[in-house]
Design a protein around this ligand. Structure first.
Ligand code: NAD
Length: 354
């Protein structure tokens, strides 16, 4: 299996190294072969080639089976025009690979309960919610404009969705629900928005193909409240681009540890992109301080969603949990009585458990 590696900027290279170690361990354990090709994107690509997403990078990613991405960005590139900033590379990559489904699990390991701002009784034995955000349509891509002057000046954004755009993301939701607890929550604002009414109609229609899945609907304002009040009622959530942007950040912060959370951006028949949800944390780059677990959990998602290697994914997730059980912590998740370790040691311990 061919994997394009994009270390990127800041702590990206530190954590990508750990991902490769973990994949080597999986390769030995399950007798599968991974080949890696490292490519430039983000600030490092701007410095070396003048653009955040060189054509060569896009070509290699398109011809891979999956893409593993560290993180991009940093102060030194913040004053460049929008299309030349590191983030433009990220958006270009997602667009180029047709990634329309963004999967963001919010997983709280019971060992890290204290990192959450929620009360222990609300969290129970941990959290495991999957938020699926539609990534290429809706409010962020609809027609927008600005006209007029002075106090008459007006600006607008629009929220369009087609039947087929809703259908394909709904199917991702149902398929994932089938692999989990067979519960899908579709979030919309159908009491107000016409696009949400179409959303709800289509999702309800598609549900007929997945009779085992229990489908529910919730308005987005209520969903924002319920995530805090009783997050354990959710398993898989599927929603529009902007609603998903906000709710997935809210859900991830329930876990309180940015350094732990992976994500996947998937298209149809194109390589998936797997990356931690955190940024490049430039202030700790190259100091053996970054938590590599979000990156390593992204490798587990890659095995599960791109390579159909559920056993490999579980082996990684169990290894992470065991290392936490044994009391090892990087700085960002450190607590009294635990042992502080660096990026490399965390990678090595997880490899040893695998
Ligand atoms: P950040 O996620 O990089 O950092 C936020 C805080 O969390 C910092 O205190 C950081 O030290 C800490 N942190 C993040 N990941 C960590 C890890 N793995 N281990 C330990 N601590 C960790 O967000 P930011 O500071 O807002 O952004 C820094 C840069 O990253 C910016 O240039 C931003 O544009 C970029 N960024 C990139 C992505 C991406 O590549 N997908 C996402 C978000 C931000």
């Amino acid at each position: 299996m061919k994997i394009a590696l994009i270390p990127g900027d800041g702590i990206g290279p530190d954590i990508i190294d750990q991902a490769v170690k973990v994949l080597d361990a999986i390769s030995r354990k399950y007798n599968v072969k991974f080949s890696f090709e490292e490519v430039l994107m983000g600030g490092v690509a701007i410095d070396k080639t003048g653009v955040p997403l060189p054509e060569e990078t896009m070509d290699i990613c398109k011809n891979s089976d999956a893409v593993l991405l560290g993180a991009v960005g940093g102060d030194e590139w913040d004053n460049l025009p929008g299309h030349l900033r590191p983030e433009a590379g990220l958006l270009g990559l997602r667009k180029g690979l047709g990634a329309f489904a963004n999967l963001r699990p919010a997983i709280l390991f019971p060992q890290l309960k204290n990192a959450s701002t929620l009360k222990p009784e609300v969290l129970g034995d941990g959290l495991d919610i999957m938020v699926i955000r539609e990534l290429t349509g809706g409010l962020y891509f609809g027609e927008k404009g600005r006209e007029g002057e002075g106090t008459e000046e007006r600006a607008w954004d629009t929220l369009p969705y087609t039947y087929s755009e809703i259908e394909r993301i709904a199917r991702v939701g149902f398929e994932l629900a089938m692999k989990r607890k067979k519960k899908l929550m579709s979030v919309d604002k159908a009491n107000i928005l016409e696009s949400s009414r179409l959303w709800r109609e289509v999702v309800t229609k598609i549900a007929k193909d997945y009779e085992e899945v229990t489908l529910s609907h919730m308005y987005v304002d209520n969903a924002a409240m319920q995530l805090i009040r009783n997050p354990k009622q959710f398993d898989v959530i599927v929603t529009e681009n902007m609603f998903g942007d906000i709710l997935s950040d809210e859900a991830s912060m329930l876990t309180g540890s940015l350094g732990m959370l992976p994500s996947a951006s998937l298209g149809k028949g194109t390589p998936g992109i797997y990356e931690p949800i955190h940024g490049s944390a430039p202030q700790i780059a190259g100091q053996d301080k970054a938590n590599p677990i979000a990156m390593i959990m992204s490798v587990a998602m890659m095995l599960r969603h791109s390579f159909d290697m559920e056993q490999g994914a579980l082996a990684i997730e169990r290894a992470v949990s065991k290392v936490l059980d044994k009391g090892y912590r990087t700085g960002d998740i450190m607590e009294d009585g635990k042992e502080l370790i660096g990026t490399n040691k965390m990678g090595d311990l997880i490899v040893a458990e695998i």
